[in-house]
Design a protein around this ligand. Structure first.
Ligand code: TRP
Length: 337
C-alpha cells in the first residue's frame, strides 16, 4: 500500500506561451499522465518563466495560463491525483532563485546549450545577442521550481537535460555550503528526443510548424495534406534518422498516434505508390488519437470556473509545501531571525 507520505515527488511544468502540441505530448505530457498514480505529482504553469522572453506581452501569458491548464486536463491529468498550480503565485520560488543565483556562475549559464539555442532563435527579442539577466538566469529559477517541492523526478523533453544538470549542480553547492537538504532530481525523458515539426525544424509554436492537441479534425487534415514529402518513388515511407524531415517527421506522428514503431510503419506502407495512401491513414490515426483529448478539453472549456477552482486549490497546496521548504532553507542558510 502506498500513501501520500511514502510516494516520491514529481514536478514538471509548461510555459504558458501558447497551446501545447504533439512535441509537448511525447516529450513530457505522456509520461506525466502515466506517472501520476505512482508519484505525488505537481504540474506547474510556468508564467514567470514565460515572461522571461515574453515580458512585453503579459496579456499573452495570462491568456495562455488557462489554455495550458486545459491541455493538461485534456490529456488526462487528473486533478485528484496531480496538483496543478501557477508559478507566479508562489513567491518562495523567486526567493529561492535569489539565493541560488550565488551558486551559479555567469559563464556556466552562457554555456548552457538550451539557453544558447534559444537566444539564437529569439534574435528578435534579444537583439544582437543582448540577452536579459532574467532569460540568461532562467535555469536558476527552474532549479528553484524543482527544489521548492524537493522533487525526485522531473518528466521533461530531452532539451531540458541541461536544466536538470544545472539543478543538480546547484543542489551540490547548496549542500556543500549550507548542509544536506534536497534529493537529487532525475529527469525522465520522452521516447522521441526531439520531435520535428511539419517543416523538419524542431516542433515549436514560434516556427508555426506544430500539430496542436487542440487542433480540429479539419486543421489536422489540412496540415497533413499540405506537409512536404520526399520525392522518392520506391519505398516511399522510410525513416531517415539524419534528415527527420519530409516523411520522417510524419512517421513520428504516426508512431505517436498508433504506438507502432517506425519499423512497423515502414512495413505497413511498403509498396505503396503514392504518399496519399500514407497521409490519408495518418489523418485518420491522428484524429482517432486526438478525439478523446478534444472531448475532455471541451468538457473543461465549457466550465472555466471549475478550471480556475482547480488551479486555486492546487496553488494553495503548493504554497504550503513552499513554506515548509523555505523554513528549512533559511535554517540551513542561517537567515532566520
Ligand atoms: N522549461 C520548461 C519548458 O520550457 C518549463 C518548466 C519551467 C519546467 N519550470 C520547470 C519543467 C520545472 C520542469 C520543471 O518546457
Amino acid at each position: 500500500m502506498t500513501n501520500k507520505q511514502n510516494k516520491k515527488r514529481l514536478l514538471t511544468g509548461d510555459r504558458p506561451t501558447g497551446k501545447l502540441h504533439l512535441g509537448h505530448y511525447v516529450g513530457s505530457l505522456k509520461n506525466r499522465v502515466a506517472m501520476q498514480d505512482q508519484y505525488e505529482s505537481f504540474v506547474m504553469i510556468a508564467d514567470v518563466q514565460a515572461l522571461t522572453d515574453n515580458f512585453a506581452e503579459p496579456e499573452k501569458v495570462r491568456k495562455n495560463v488557462l489554455e495550458v491548464a486545459l491541455d493538461n486536463l485534456a490529456v488526462g491529468i487528473d486533478p485528484k491525483k496531480t496538483t496543478l498550480f501557477i508559478q507566479s503565485q508562489i513567491p518562495e520560488i523567486a526567493e529561492l532563485t535569489v539565493f541560488y543565483s550565488n551558486l551559479v556562475t555567469v559563464s556556466e549559464l552562457q554555456r548552457n546549450p538550451t539557453v544558447k539555442n534559444e537566444i539564437g532563435d529569439k534574435g528578435h527579442i534579444f537583439k544582437g545577442g543582448n540577452v536579459t539577466f532574467g532569460f540568461l538566469g532562467y535555469p536558476v529559477s527552474q532549479a528553484a521550481d524543482i527544489t521548492f517541492l524537493r522533487a525526485n523526478v522531473v518528466p521533461v523533453g530531452e532539451d531540458q537535460k541541461p536544466m536538470l544538470e544545472q539543478t543538480n549542480e546547484i543542489i551540490r553547492k547548496f549542500h556543500n555550503y549550507y548542509g544536506e537538504l534536497f534529493p537529487y532530481p532525475q529527469g525522465v525523458y520522452g521516447e522521441i528526443a526531439r520531435l520535428s515539426g511539419l517543416d523538419g525544424r524542431k516542433m515549436s509554436k514560434s516556427f508555426n510548424n506544430a500539430i496542436y492537441l487542440s487542433d480540429s479534425p479539419e486543421e489536422v487534415e489540412k496540415k497533413v495534406k499540405k506537409a512536404k514529402t520526399d520525392s522518392d518513388t520506391v519505398n516511399l515511407v522510410r525513416f531517415d534518422e539524419v534528415k527527420k524531415a519530409d516523411v520522417s517527421n510524419l512517421m513520428q506522428y504516426y508512431s505517436i498516434a498508433t504506438g507502432k514503431t517506425l519499423k512497423e510503419i515502414e512495413k505497413e506502407f511498403k509498396g505503396i505508390t503514392s504518399y496519399k495512401v500514407f497521409k490519408d491513414q495518418l489523418i485518420v490515426e491522428l484524429n482517432n488519437f486526438l478525439a478523446p483529448i478534444r472531448a475532455r478539453r471541451k468538457k473543461y472549456e465549457e466550465n472555466p470556473d471549475l478550471v480556475w477552482k482547480i488551479l486555486k486549490k492546487g496553488t494553495a497546496q503548493a504554497k504550503k509545501e513552499a513554506e515548509k521548504t523555505m523554513k528549512l532553507v533559511k535554517e540551513k542558510m542561517m537567515i532566520w531571525y
